[in-house]
Ligand binder design. Sequence first.
Ligand code: BGC
Length: 391
Amino acid sequence: MRIRFLAVLMLAIPLLGGCAEAPDTSPSVEQSHFGVTPSGDSVAVFALQGADGMQMEAMTYGGIILSLEVPDGEGALEDVALGFDSLAAYTRDAYRSANPYFGAVIGRYGNRIDEGRFSVNGDTYTLATNNGPNHLHGGREGFDQVVWNAEPFHRADSVGLTLTHTSPDGHGGYPGRLDVTVTYTLAPGNELVIDYEATTTETTPVNLTQHSYFNLGGGDSESILDHRLKIHAEAYTPVDSTLIPIGEYRPVQDTPFDFTSFTPIGERIGAENRQIGIAGGYDHNFVLAREDSDSLRMAAEVYDPESGRLMTVRTTEPGLQFYSGNFLDGSFTSKSGAPYRQHAGFALETQHFPDSPNQADFPSTLLRPNETYRSRTVYGFSTPDSLNTGP
Ligand code: BGC
């Protein structure tokens, strides 16, 4: 893609002088113009180079991660994030109406709210319903579609991008003005650290997440069904036919939802199971914890035996939505023009549980005016020499 070419060119310039030095892989961040939205807003893209080889491109529209290049077992960089190479591909109606939320920041509320309704302190609020009868990922104009303010930063061993956005009081039906900061940091060890912070002027539900889809095979690898997945969860929250949790914590043991040891994603995805049937695969919240915590815990690990890439997900969040790309149907095409078919990528969205505003037994998602919302998720990429993929 154009931006990557520019970034590569900048890194390559020292080599053109003829000296046989190793390529400069010290952390760097370069900003360029990416395009203009249909409503006339200018969008910037940032190309970030991490200390240990990983590279990322992210734009101000939706805070979308456009590409994420990480080494395979031989050290070859490949793009493991699904997405497009032009702004227009994200802003056109055909994309927005079937929104898969490729790479985007999600808010104000990641995941579903039953019929888009909830009450706070006796007042009932009504949000847009954009997913059957339910509200999904912040509604029709979620954080995936706003142009964020962005400030790049460069520290000794890391680089990053600080994105800020103010969601006006009452926007989309949510109470209060919400001031949000999302920070992407490429840290040593090929880690992408995502920090979320928010404050509000009125008590309101908040559940921020990041919606990147990954395929650790890189490039145009067609399917993630051979990836081995481990989820550090003993239970999940089963859903009704509209994907709203029924309020139960169901043990994963002896079900196709048991990923407590590395298991190919595709091994049981066609199982006769009502929950799999409802979602057309996996599209469920796994219970990492039943209470809030400030400390990072291992949520999931995904290993691609073909490329040797391992991705780890650590988070302070209590839940993890594992979505196996069930609704991808080939209508969107990759950066090189290949169709993204069903299961072309997976998402592991760290979050509070779906529909928490209507589920008294779930950890609360309410943010009050005197509080600061804080959450951290770390996606780590490595190529271990060996991996015990058995139980
Ligand atoms: C949801 C899916 C939805 C996808 C794209 C995921 O977070 O769980 O049901 O299809 O996002 O919108």
